[in-house]
Design a binder for this molecule. Structure first.
Ligand SMILES: Nc1ncnc2c1ncn2[C@@H]1O[C@H](COP(=O)(O)OP(=O)(O)O)[C@@H](O)[C@H]1O
Ligand SMILES: [Mg+2]
Length: 363
């Protein structure tokens, strides 16, 4: 499939007043927010749209609940036009090596603050010392010195491999690293652990539409999902021009949290890798060609620096304190009869209320 960047109009439902087909325009670039309360139908609608997207461009979804793999590979027999993802591949139970996490923001994603993140990013590159073995990496960090004497001993031990410290670290920093790191060890690829290690993410993206399944139910799993997502986005960034993918982020607020969540979950100044990458994707990488879909329950949960670059929105019922609440408050939702109304706010600012089609794939 070669996608050159043509804009495509995808039928998503019936316009409420006119009964005409309501189309969603997908350009090679752009950011679309899909917002609604839980169970309203935002994911189902995005799944339906994504089936059409796979016909003409590369698509990948970052999924936290193993939900997409259960649905978009299968036709919905109840749909008028049953459809499913073409050329799909599920990627799950995968990991990166410690040495892949060589930016402080990678470690910030895993909940390690500031100077700790910088220390780990530097040490991560020393494969000659830790061999990408998490236990060895932990041993190394546990040996880091906070006194002059300990530093002399440390430097003597690592002299042969050329690791020399010029001053000891702060005790507080080391304590925070060493209290957190033991919980992260199974985040990393280790020989013989059965986890998938993708040598070449761009190649995988070139070949398939991807369901990147990560599990993100617990707080710990969410840290891992951020680190994985940030890293994948980093690895494919140089190939965006060629790939021009549509990237879908399920529960996007996990990857791109608002300021309040950032302060609560991430103590430091270094911001998490997934957020850094997300910001690049919705700003300077737009010209390379990437269409971003952010699914969330509320705009307020999403990082405002990212949402301000959105050019279209699909809104169901949303919380009262959300932007655009006024135009959504009259929408009708009857879960018992599987009926719902959405509003499409397009890039020109015009808005269209519509009833979505029964999703073409399983939902
Ligand atoms: N377009 C649709 N076609 C068919 N069923 C739908 C559609 N939208 C929602 N549903 C039904 O509603 C349920 C909840 O929708 P879902 O998309 O999971 O909600 P949300 O992602 O907003 O929490 C789905 O499991 C499905 O049964
Ligand atoms: Mg959902």
């Amino acid at each position: 499939m070669i996608y050159k960047g043509k804009t495509v109009k995808i039928p998503i439902g019936k316009t409420i007043f006119t009964g005409e087909t309501c189309f969603f325009k997908n350009r090679y670039y752009g950011v679309t927010l899909l917002l609604s309360k839980p169970r309203y139908g935002k994911t189902s609608l995005t799944k339906d749209i994504s089936c059409d997207l796979t016909v003409f461009r590369r698509v990948a979804v970052f999924d936290l609940y193993e939900e997409w793999e259960r649905h978009v590979l299968y036709f919905n027999p109840k749909a008028k036009y049953p459809k499913r993802w073409l050329n799909a591949k599920v990627v799950k139970n995968f990991a990166f090596k410690i040495s892949d996490y060589n930016h402080p923001s990678d470690w910030a994603s895993m909940g390690i603050a500031d100077f700790g993140a910088k220390i780990l990013a530097d040490l991560a590159e020393r494969i000659d010392i830790h061999y990408d073995n998490p236990e060895e990496f932990l041993k190394l960090t546990q040996r880091l010195p906070y006194s002059e004497d300990a530093m002399v001993a440390f430097n003597r031990k690592y002299k042969d491999v050329g690791l020399t410290l010029v001053s000891p670290y702060h005790e507080v920093t080391l304590r925070s690293i060493n209290s957190r790191l033991p919980f992260l060890l199974d985040f990393f690829k280790q020989k013989g652990d059965g986890k998938l290690y993708v040598e070449d993410w761009p190649k995988l993206f070139l070949k398939h539409n991807l369901i990147i399944s990560m599990t993100g139910r617990t707080e710990e799993e969410k840290f891992r999902a951020m680190a994985l997502t940030g890293k994948i986005m980093e690895k494919i960034a140089p190939y965006l021009k060629q790939l021009k993918p549509a990237l879908i982020f399920e529960e996007a607020d996990t990857f791109f949290p608002d300021q309040k969540a950032l302060r609560r979950r991430f103590k430091g100044q270094v911001s998490p890798s997934s957020l850094n990458k997300g910001l690049e994707y919705v700003t300077k990488f737009q010209k390379r060609g990437v269409s971003v879909f952010l699914i969330s329950q509320s705009e307020k949960l999403l990082n405002a620096s990212m949402t301000k670059f959105s050019n279209s929105r699909i809104l169901g019922k949303i919380p009262e304190d959300d932007l655009n609440y006024d135009i959504t408050k009259k929408l009708k939702w009857k879960p018992d009869s599987n009926y719902r109304q959405f509003i499409l706010l397009d890039e020109t600012g015009s808005w269209t209320p519509f009833v979505p089609n029964i999703a073409g794939c399983k939902v």
